[in-house]
Design a protein around this ligand. Structure first.
Ligand code: FES
Ligand code: FES
Length: 128
């Protein structure tokens, strides 16, 4: 299958690869797996006290489309409020990357990982 230029670019030069310490209380961690293929994506957000996403990191064990989707997601969430980050749709990611139908679930992984990371952060805050 042919990957789009944007997928190849993110695959070759992934943005924001890495990890934050997930025990820090300003860090939210989302880990999601794709039942379709077994790929796993971890996405972490560093969030300021006033609810702005300052930085994002990801590690993805998966296909090129999943890596590109998570790389793009880390770029898109940066500087956003949590509410705005929650509005990012997998369909927007898929459109930006020209993902073919069989690769749509790779972008779903990225949307779910953002939501998971925000949920994790909010849970931590409630406990604090
Ligand atoms: Fe093989 Fe995703 S299906 S890496
Ligand atoms: Fe499964 Fe891309 S995440 S093929």
């Amino acid at each position: 299958m042919a990957y789009s230029d944007k997928v190849i670019d993110h695959y070759n030069n992934p943005r924001n690869v890495g990890s934050f310490d997930k025990t820090e209380d300003n860090v939210g961690t989302g880990i999601v797996g794709a039942p379709e293929c077994g790929d796993v994506m971890k996405l972490q957000l560093k969030i300021s006290d006033d609810g702005i996403i300052e930085e994002a990191r990801f590690k993805t064990f998966g296909c090129g489309s999943a890596i590109a989707s998570s790389s793009l997601a880390t770029e898109w969430v940066k500087g956003k409020t949590l509410d705005d980050a929650l509005k990012i749709k997998n369909t927007e990611i898929a459109k930006e990357l020209n993902l073919p139908p069989v690769k749509l679930h790779c972008s779903v992984l990225a949307e779910d990982a953002i939501k998971g990371a925000i949920e994790d952060y909010q849970k931590k805050r409630q406990k604090a």
